[in-house]
Design a protein around this ligand. Structure first.
Ligand code: ASP
Length: 326
Protein backbone atom coordinates (compact mmCIF):
# COMPACT_ATOMS: atom_id res chain seq x y z
CA UNK A 1 0.00 0.00 0.00
CA UNK A 2 1.33 3.45 -0.94
CA UNK A 3 2.40 5.61 1.99
CA UNK A 4 0.13 8.55 2.80
CA UNK A 5 1.45 11.94 1.66
CA UNK A 6 3.35 13.57 4.47
CA UNK A 7 2.59 17.07 5.50
CA UNK A 8 4.41 19.14 8.10
CA UNK A 9 2.59 22.05 9.73
CA UNK A 10 4.58 24.84 11.39
CA UNK A 11 2.44 27.03 13.67
CA UNK A 12 3.71 30.56 14.31
CA UNK A 13 0.56 32.24 15.67
CA UNK A 14 -1.78 34.93 14.35
CA UNK A 15 -5.55 35.29 14.67
CA UNK A 16 -5.99 31.67 13.58
CA UNK A 17 -4.55 30.69 16.99
CA UNK A 18 -6.24 33.41 19.07
CA UNK A 19 -9.19 33.46 21.44
CA UNK A 20 -11.25 36.30 22.83
CA UNK A 21 -10.03 37.21 26.31
CA UNK A 22 -12.94 39.06 27.99
CA UNK A 23 -10.65 40.51 30.68
CA UNK A 24 -8.12 41.90 28.16
CA UNK A 25 -11.01 43.01 25.92
CA UNK A 26 -9.73 41.47 22.67
CA UNK A 27 -8.14 38.49 20.94
CA UNK A 28 -4.92 37.04 22.37
CA UNK A 29 -2.68 34.09 21.36
CA UNK A 30 -4.07 30.91 22.94
CA UNK A 31 -4.36 27.80 20.74
CA UNK A 32 -1.60 25.30 19.94
CA UNK A 33 -0.88 23.97 16.45
CA UNK A 34 -2.05 20.50 17.48
CA UNK A 35 -5.39 21.85 18.73
CA UNK A 36 -5.80 23.80 15.47
CA UNK A 37 -5.24 20.68 13.35
CA UNK A 38 -7.83 18.84 15.44
CA UNK A 39 -10.45 21.34 14.16
CA UNK A 40 -9.88 20.39 10.50
CA UNK A 41 -12.23 17.63 9.40
CA UNK A 42 -10.64 15.24 6.90
CA UNK A 43 -7.03 16.33 7.47
CA UNK A 44 -6.11 12.92 8.86
CA UNK A 45 -7.48 11.31 5.68
CA UNK A 46 -5.64 13.82 3.47
CA UNK A 47 -2.23 13.42 4.99
CA UNK A 48 -0.07 11.90 7.66
CA UNK A 49 0.47 15.33 9.26
CA UNK A 50 2.99 16.33 11.87
CA UNK A 51 2.84 19.71 13.61
CA UNK A 52 5.23 21.90 15.57
CA UNK A 53 4.69 25.06 17.59
CA UNK A 54 7.50 27.20 16.24
CA UNK A 55 6.02 30.29 17.94
CA UNK A 56 2.65 31.65 19.02
CA UNK A 57 2.88 35.35 18.29
CA UNK A 58 0.79 37.94 16.49
CA UNK A 59 2.46 38.59 13.16
CA UNK A 60 3.21 42.18 14.20
CA UNK A 61 5.74 40.59 16.59
CA UNK A 62 7.43 38.75 13.71
CA UNK A 63 11.03 39.92 13.13
CA UNK A 64 13.71 39.32 10.48
CA UNK A 65 15.75 37.24 12.96
CA UNK A 66 12.72 34.94 13.32
CA UNK A 67 12.40 34.77 9.49
CA UNK A 68 15.98 33.54 9.37
CA UNK A 69 15.32 30.79 11.93
CA UNK A 70 12.06 29.88 10.20
CA UNK A 71 13.81 29.68 6.81
CA UNK A 72 16.39 27.33 8.35
CA UNK A 73 13.64 25.15 9.83
CA UNK A 74 11.66 25.02 6.58
CA UNK A 75 14.84 24.13 4.63
CA UNK A 76 15.50 21.28 7.08
CA UNK A 77 11.95 19.87 7.01
CA UNK A 78 11.52 20.26 3.24
CA UNK A 79 13.76 17.22 2.64
CA UNK A 80 11.61 15.02 4.84
CA UNK A 81 8.04 15.73 3.72
CA UNK A 82 5.93 16.29 0.61
CA UNK A 83 4.44 19.60 1.64
CA UNK A 84 4.75 22.26 4.33
CA UNK A 85 1.98 24.48 5.71
CA UNK A 86 2.86 27.49 7.86
CA UNK A 87 0.16 29.03 10.07
CA UNK A 88 0.83 32.75 10.38
CA UNK A 89 -0.90 36.04 11.19
CA UNK A 90 -2.20 37.72 8.06
CA UNK A 91 -0.88 41.23 8.82
CA UNK A 92 2.75 40.50 7.88
CA UNK A 93 2.20 37.14 6.15
CA UNK A 94 3.26 38.44 2.74
CA UNK A 95 6.66 39.55 4.09
CA UNK A 96 7.41 36.20 5.71
CA UNK A 97 6.17 34.36 2.61
CA UNK A 98 8.41 36.32 0.26
CA UNK A 99 11.47 36.07 2.55
CA UNK A 100 11.03 32.27 2.57
CA UNK A 101 10.45 32.28 -1.21
CA UNK A 102 13.84 33.89 -1.88
CA UNK A 103 15.86 32.02 0.76
CA UNK A 104 14.56 28.42 0.92
CA UNK A 105 15.98 26.30 -1.89
CA UNK A 106 13.51 23.43 -2.28
CA UNK A 107 11.05 21.83 -4.70
CA UNK A 108 8.71 21.04 -1.79
CA UNK A 109 5.61 23.29 -1.81
CA UNK A 110 5.45 25.71 1.12
CA UNK A 111 2.04 27.27 1.78
CA UNK A 112 1.22 29.98 4.31
CA UNK A 113 -2.28 30.40 5.65
CA UNK A 114 -4.04 32.08 8.56
CA UNK A 115 -7.42 33.46 9.47
CA UNK A 116 -9.29 36.73 9.76
CA UNK A 117 -11.63 35.29 12.39
CA UNK A 118 -10.21 33.96 15.65
CA UNK A 119 -10.40 30.34 16.79
CA UNK A 120 -13.04 31.41 19.35
CA UNK A 121 -15.26 33.03 16.68
CA UNK A 122 -18.61 31.24 16.17
CA UNK A 123 -17.66 30.82 12.49
CA UNK A 124 -13.84 30.70 12.25
CA UNK A 125 -12.25 30.62 8.78
CA UNK A 126 -9.06 28.94 10.04
CA UNK A 127 -10.11 25.26 9.69
CA UNK A 128 -11.14 25.58 6.00
CA UNK A 129 -7.97 27.57 5.26
CA UNK A 130 -5.79 24.88 6.85
CA UNK A 131 -7.52 22.17 4.81
CA UNK A 132 -7.16 24.19 1.58
CA UNK A 133 -3.50 25.00 2.33
CA UNK A 134 -2.76 21.31 2.98
CA UNK A 135 -4.52 20.33 -0.26
CA UNK A 136 -2.38 22.79 -2.26
CA UNK A 137 0.85 21.86 -0.43
CA UNK A 138 0.33 18.19 -1.38
CA UNK A 139 -0.69 18.88 -4.99
CA UNK A 140 1.80 17.53 -7.58
CA UNK A 141 1.57 20.71 -9.71
CA UNK A 142 2.64 22.84 -6.76
CA UNK A 143 6.09 21.21 -6.67
CA UNK A 144 9.02 23.44 -7.57
CA UNK A 145 6.85 26.57 -7.50
CA UNK A 146 8.05 28.13 -4.31
CA UNK A 147 6.10 29.71 -1.52
CA UNK A 148 2.37 30.44 -1.80
CA UNK A 149 -0.39 32.01 0.29
CA UNK A 150 -3.74 30.19 0.37
CA UNK A 151 -6.66 32.06 1.99
CA UNK A 152 -10.38 32.20 1.26
CA UNK A 153 -10.08 29.53 -1.44
CA UNK A 154 -7.54 31.55 -3.46
CA UNK A 155 -3.93 30.64 -4.25
CA UNK A 156 -1.36 33.44 -4.53
CA UNK A 157 2.35 33.39 -5.34
CA UNK A 158 4.40 34.89 -2.49
CA UNK A 159 5.82 37.53 -4.83
CA UNK A 160 2.38 38.91 -5.80
CA UNK A 161 0.27 38.28 -2.71
CA UNK A 162 -0.76 41.33 -0.75
CA UNK A 163 -3.26 41.83 2.04
CA UNK A 164 -6.07 44.00 0.67
CA UNK A 165 -8.83 43.70 3.25
CA UNK A 166 -8.55 44.21 7.01
CA UNK A 167 -11.45 41.92 7.89
CA UNK A 168 -12.94 40.01 4.93
CA UNK A 169 -12.03 36.31 4.85
CA UNK A 170 -10.83 36.89 1.27
CA UNK A 171 -7.90 38.83 2.74
CA UNK A 172 -5.36 38.65 -0.10
CA UNK A 173 -5.16 39.58 -3.76
CA UNK A 174 -2.43 39.04 -6.31
CA UNK A 175 -0.99 42.36 -7.48
CA UNK A 176 -0.26 40.77 -10.85
CA UNK A 177 -3.65 39.32 -11.71
CA UNK A 178 -4.97 36.75 -12.14
CA UNK A 179 -4.47 34.86 -8.87
CA UNK A 180 -2.36 31.73 -9.22
CA UNK A 181 -5.42 29.56 -8.80
CA UNK A 182 -8.13 28.41 -6.48
CA UNK A 183 -9.07 25.51 -4.26
CA UNK A 184 -12.70 24.50 -3.75
CA UNK A 185 -14.11 21.42 -2.02
CA UNK A 186 -10.71 19.73 -2.13
CA UNK A 187 -10.09 20.42 -5.85
CA UNK A 188 -7.13 22.55 -6.92
CA UNK A 189 -6.98 24.51 -10.16
CA UNK A 190 -3.95 26.56 -11.19
CA UNK A 191 -4.93 29.25 -13.70
CA UNK A 192 -2.36 32.07 -13.37
CA UNK A 193 1.17 32.14 -14.75
CA UNK A 194 3.98 31.05 -12.42
CA UNK A 195 6.40 33.91 -11.88
CA UNK A 196 10.16 33.45 -12.13
CA UNK A 197 11.68 33.07 -8.68
CA UNK A 198 14.58 35.01 -7.21
CA UNK A 199 17.04 32.88 -5.26
CA UNK A 200 19.33 34.43 -2.66
CA UNK A 201 22.16 32.34 -1.15
CA UNK A 202 21.09 31.28 2.35
CA UNK A 203 21.63 34.33 4.63
CA UNK A 204 23.87 34.28 7.68
CA UNK A 205 22.40 37.36 9.35
CA UNK A 206 19.29 39.55 9.22
CA UNK A 207 20.58 43.14 9.07
CA UNK A 208 18.46 46.16 9.85
CA UNK A 209 16.66 47.66 6.85
CA UNK A 210 14.13 50.49 7.27
CA UNK A 211 11.29 51.66 5.04
CA UNK A 212 11.24 55.44 4.54
CA UNK A 213 7.87 56.87 3.42
CA UNK A 214 7.51 59.63 0.84
CA UNK A 215 4.51 61.99 1.10
CA UNK A 216 3.84 65.60 0.13
CA UNK A 217 6.26 67.64 2.22
CA UNK A 218 8.49 64.72 3.28
CA UNK A 219 12.13 65.57 3.97
CA UNK A 220 15.07 63.33 4.92
CA UNK A 221 14.55 63.27 8.71
CA UNK A 222 13.14 59.70 8.83
CA UNK A 223 15.98 58.55 6.57
CA UNK A 224 18.58 60.14 8.87
CA UNK A 225 16.97 58.61 11.95
CA UNK A 226 17.14 55.17 10.31
CA UNK A 227 20.83 55.57 9.52
CA UNK A 228 21.50 56.74 13.10
CA UNK A 229 19.82 53.55 14.33
CA UNK A 230 22.26 51.51 12.22
CA UNK A 231 20.27 50.68 9.07
CA UNK A 232 22.42 48.68 6.65
CA UNK A 233 20.02 49.39 3.78
CA UNK A 234 16.95 51.48 3.00
CA UNK A 235 13.75 50.92 1.06
CA UNK A 236 11.97 54.08 -0.05
CA UNK A 237 8.18 53.91 -0.20
CA UNK A 238 8.13 56.42 -3.05
CA UNK A 239 5.09 57.86 -4.81
CA UNK A 240 3.91 57.15 -8.34
CA UNK A 241 6.36 55.29 -10.56
CA UNK A 242 9.17 55.84 -8.00
CA UNK A 243 9.57 59.54 -7.22
CA UNK A 244 10.45 61.54 -4.09
CA UNK A 245 10.77 65.15 -2.94
CA UNK A 246 13.96 67.13 -3.55
CA UNK A 247 14.79 66.98 0.19
CA UNK A 248 14.36 63.21 0.39
CA UNK A 249 16.34 62.84 -2.84
CA UNK A 250 19.26 64.74 -1.25
CA UNK A 251 19.21 62.39 1.75
CA UNK A 252 19.09 59.33 -0.53
CA UNK A 253 22.00 60.67 -2.58
CA UNK A 254 24.09 61.13 0.57
CA UNK A 255 23.22 57.66 1.87
CA UNK A 256 24.25 56.12 -1.47
CA UNK A 257 27.54 58.07 -1.41
CA UNK A 258 28.13 56.63 2.07
CA UNK A 259 27.71 53.09 0.65
CA UNK A 260 24.19 52.37 1.97
CA UNK A 261 22.12 50.49 -0.65
CA UNK A 262 18.80 52.19 -1.38
CA UNK A 263 15.89 50.41 -3.09
CA UNK A 264 13.02 52.42 -4.58
CA UNK A 265 9.52 50.95 -4.26
CA UNK A 266 6.16 52.72 -4.46
CA UNK A 267 3.09 53.16 -2.32
CA UNK A 268 0.99 52.55 -5.47
CA UNK A 269 -0.09 48.89 -5.48
CA UNK A 270 0.02 48.20 -9.23
CA UNK A 271 2.23 49.09 -12.18
CA UNK A 272 5.67 48.90 -10.55
CA UNK A 273 8.43 51.52 -10.50
CA UNK A 274 10.41 52.72 -13.50
CA UNK A 275 12.58 55.74 -14.32
CA UNK A 276 10.32 58.38 -15.91
CA UNK A 277 11.25 61.82 -14.51
CA UNK A 278 14.70 63.45 -14.65
CA UNK A 279 14.14 66.32 -12.14
CA UNK A 280 15.71 66.06 -8.66
CA UNK A 281 13.74 63.28 -6.97
CA UNK A 282 12.35 61.74 -10.17
CA UNK A 283 13.07 58.07 -10.90
CA UNK A 284 15.75 58.93 -13.49
CA UNK A 285 17.68 61.02 -10.95
CA UNK A 286 17.40 58.26 -8.33
CA UNK A 287 18.77 55.62 -10.72
CA UNK A 288 21.59 57.97 -11.74
CA UNK A 289 22.47 58.44 -8.06
CA UNK A 290 22.80 54.63 -7.76
CA UNK A 291 19.46 53.57 -6.30
CA UNK A 292 18.00 50.17 -7.25
CA UNK A 293 14.40 49.90 -8.52
CA UNK A 294 12.14 47.35 -6.83
CA UNK A 295 10.00 46.95 -9.99
CA UNK A 296 6.82 45.08 -8.91
CA UNK A 297 7.79 44.54 -5.24
CA UNK A 298 5.86 46.55 -2.66
CA UNK A 299 7.91 48.21 0.12
CA UNK A 300 7.62 45.37 2.71
CA UNK A 301 8.62 42.78 0.10
CA UNK A 302 11.46 44.89 -1.27
CA UNK A 303 12.65 45.16 2.34
CA UNK A 304 12.41 41.38 2.87
CA UNK A 305 14.52 40.80 -0.25
CA UNK A 306 17.06 43.46 0.74
CA UNK A 307 17.39 41.93 4.23
CA UNK A 308 17.92 38.49 2.66
CA UNK A 309 20.45 39.76 0.10
CA UNK A 310 22.45 41.83 2.60
CA UNK A 311 22.31 38.93 5.07
CA UNK A 312 23.80 36.69 2.38
CA UNK A 313 26.67 39.15 1.94
CA UNK A 314 25.59 40.46 -1.49
CA UNK A 315 26.60 43.99 -2.50
CA UNK A 316 26.87 46.21 -5.58
CA UNK A 317 25.87 44.64 -8.90
CA UNK A 318 25.16 41.22 -7.28
CA UNK A 319 22.68 42.83 -4.91
CA UNK A 320 21.07 44.94 -7.67
CA UNK A 321 20.69 41.80 -9.83
CA UNK A 322 18.32 40.30 -7.21
CA UNK A 323 15.81 43.04 -8.07
CA UNK A 324 16.19 42.61 -11.87
CA UNK A 325 14.12 39.56 -12.64
CA UNK A 326 12.04 40.57 -15.60
N1 ASP B 1 -3.12 40.84 13.88
C1 ASP B 1 -3.20 39.48 13.38
C2 ASP B 1 -1.82 38.98 13.03
O1 ASP B 1 -1.33 39.27 11.97
C3 ASP B 1 -4.09 39.44 12.20
C4 ASP B 1 -4.28 38.06 11.62
O2 ASP B 1 -3.70 37.09 11.99
O3 ASP B 1 -5.12 37.96 10.72
O4 ASP B 1 -1.25 38.32 13.82
Amino acid sequence: MAAEPRLHVIATGGTIAMRLDPVAGGQVPAVSGLDLLATVPGLARLSDATVEDFANIPSEHMRPEIWLNLAARVSQMAHQVQGIVILHGTDTMEETAFYLDVTVDTQTPVVLTGAQRAASDPDPDGPANIRDAATVALHPRARGRGVMIVMGGEIHAARSATKTDTSDTDAFDSTRPPDLGWVRAGRVRFVGAWLPRVRVPFPQTAPRVDIIPMYAGADDSALRAALERGAAGLVIEAVGAGNVSRELYNGIDQALRAGIPVVISSRVPRGGVRPVYAYAGGGVSLVEAGAVLAHDLNPPKARALLIAALGAGLAGADLAAMFEVW
